[in-house]
Design a protein around this ligand. Structure first.
Ligand code: NAP
Length: 488
């Protein structure tokens, strides 16, 4: 299959280092395939540690002039990049659906969401303020300035091939850092198209390098050990995040970790049922269940349980899984056959332990990467669907009795990214929101993310925040300067 674009020059298959497109030193490539059809889409340069080292050196050289520019000048280039992303939405969406599988409508939505981070940080980058601190001594003043952290290495996942990059590149570039990015091997084409547009926007050579490759440990090993890299920002699974943190310890790099989740949606008896069903559907099945803030566990109070399951399953039965380019498709494939098998293993584990399949529960007939939207009842907290991130279109619906039970069950996980609750009680919304050990809580709402809010988790879901005014902090150092001898 070939990807048909209005601007075919957006389809890049080489690495982008120091402002130049290049093959890997070895000439090796890796294949990118369409999960909906299994057809190959492109062969992309597979770089390793050596090319990554060169990209880091280029980033260090480029940063000197970039940091010295007024924030307004950096902002103007980012604004231009944002405009180009928006103008090329359709091509970027087509590339994304081809390599990731999500529906074209979802891809268009992600391009807009991804672009919003570039615009936001183009604006926010102009507002990096410091402080003047009154000191205990009359002849001194303390001044705090914020400076760019240095060369940033970024590693991103396949589930949001555009937005997970712009959430990092936007703030890093806005405050004066340079960046070296390793995109997920499943979805490098979206990353390469983004950097092509940044280049067209006039971003100077070396500031944004993309090092695609099929040997992630080699690229990641260089990024985490190279002393020039001052910060590693990662979005992906918790086990890989832990490994990268360990590797960063040797050179004491700063890290931001956006890791896995196990989000509960807690639905109380006093909830607006239709609102709760609609919210849970979006939270569970968006991107075919492959988002880090996807509802993993639906916790429903006993008085509303049967009514909820009936309405929820009826809505799920309307879904149409298929190729993301087909206008009638509501939900695309999952990312790989391996992922589909892993989802099935979790469902079969639940069934073997007594779960009831209300709907779905089988691989899809459309191909190896498809899984039927599934609803499970009679589930309990010893099953894998309670303990582990499902990352697929499977909704286990657990029953609880009291508010105390709900909070205990919701918090009974090592993860702490997003949680949601549905209730019409003001007091309960406050109480439960405050008791949930999560970085983000949605009350009567599951569409909680945008560029203006601080996105991130607690516990083993990570550290650091992306988006919002707080998203700049992850790319800034705080420097204290003491001005003394003021009485002379
Ligand atoms: P993953 O396996 O951890 O991969 C993420 C990235 O890490 C990919 O680029 C991967 O490269 C790279 N990687 C893997 N092993 C590495 C190593 N040893 N050294 C350096 N890099 C390495 O995660 P995934 O399956 O792609 O993504 C899904 C996970 O991301 C889920 O757990 C999800 O919850 C999480 N996520 C979190 C957030 C958030 O904001 N908290 C957002 C989105 C996703 P290759 O592709 O080449 O293997």
């Amino acid at each position: 299959m070939t990807i048909q674009l209005q601007d075919p020059s957006l389809l890049k298959t080489q690495a982008f280092i120091d402002g130049l497109w290049m093959d890997s030193d070895s000439g090796e490539t890796f294949a990118v395939t369409d999960p909906a059809t299994g057809q190959p889409l492109a062969d992309v340069a597979s770089v390793g540690a050596t090319e990554t080292r060169r990209a880091i050196a280029a980033a260090e050289r480029a940063m000197t002039e970039w940091t010295a520019l007024p924030a307004k000048s950096r902002s103007e280039i980012l604004e231009k990049w944002h405009r180009l992303i928006i103008e090329n939405t359709e091509d970027l969406a087509v590339i994304m659906t081809a390599e990731q599988g999500k529906t074209l409508a979802e891809s268009r939505g992600e391009v807009a969401y991804g672009a919003s981070f570039i615009k936001w940080f183009a604006e926010e980058g102009k507002r990096v303020y410091g402080d003047i601190i009154p000191t205990p001594q009359t002849d001194r003043r303390g001044v705090v300035v914020k400076q760019p952290v240095g060369v940033v290495a970024a590693i991103t996942p396949w589930n949001f091939p555009n937005a997970m990059i712009t959430r990092k590149a936007g703030p890093a570039l806005a405050v004066g850092c340079a960046i070296v990015l390793k995109p997920a091997a499943e979805t490098p084409l979206s990353a390469l198209a983004l950097v092509e547009l940044a280049n067209r926007a006039g971003l100077p050579a070396g500031l944004f390098n993309v090092v695609p490759g099929s040997d992630a440990p080699s690229i990641g090993g260089e990024m985490t050990s190279n002393p020039t890299v001052k910060k590693v920002t990662f979005t992906g699974s918790t086990p890989v995040g832990k490994l990268l943190m360990q590797q960063c310890a040797n050179t004491v790099k700063r890290t931001s970790m956006e890791l896995g989740g196990n989000a509960p949606v807690v639905i109380f008896d006093d909830a607006d049922l239709d609102l709760a069903v609609a919210g849970a559907l979006t939270a569970k099945y968006r991107n075919s269940g492959q988002t880090c803030i996807c509802a993993n566990r639906l916790l429903v109070q006993e008085g509303i349980y049967d009514a909820f399951v009936e309405k929820f399953a009826a809505a799920v039965s309307e879904f149409r899984i298929g190729n993301g380019f087909d206008a009638s498709t509501t939900h695309g494939p999952v990312i790989s056959e391996k992922a589909a098998k892993e989802i099935d293993a979790k469902v079969q584990n639940a069934v073997a332990e007594g779960a009831t399949v209300v709907i779905g529960g089988q691989p899809g007939e459309q191909g190896g990467c498809f899984y039927q939207p599934t609803v499970l009842t009679n589930v309990n907290d010893s099953m894998r669907v309670f303990r582990e991130e499902i990352f697929g279109p499977v909704a286990p619906v657990f029953k609880f009795k009291t508010e105390e039970d709900a909070v205990r069950m919701a918090n009974d996980t090592e993860f702490g990214l997003a949680a949601y609750l549905y209730t019409e009680s003001m007091g309960r919304s406050w109480r439960v929101s405050e008791a949930l050990e999560y970085g983000m809580v949605g009350v009567n709402e599951t569409a909680i993310s945008s560029e203006v809010i601080p996105f991130g988790g607690v516990k083993e879901s990570g550290q650091g925040r992306e988006g919002s005014k707080y998203g700049l902090d992850d790319y800034l150092e705080t420097k204290y300067i003491c001005f003394g001898a003021l009485q002379r």
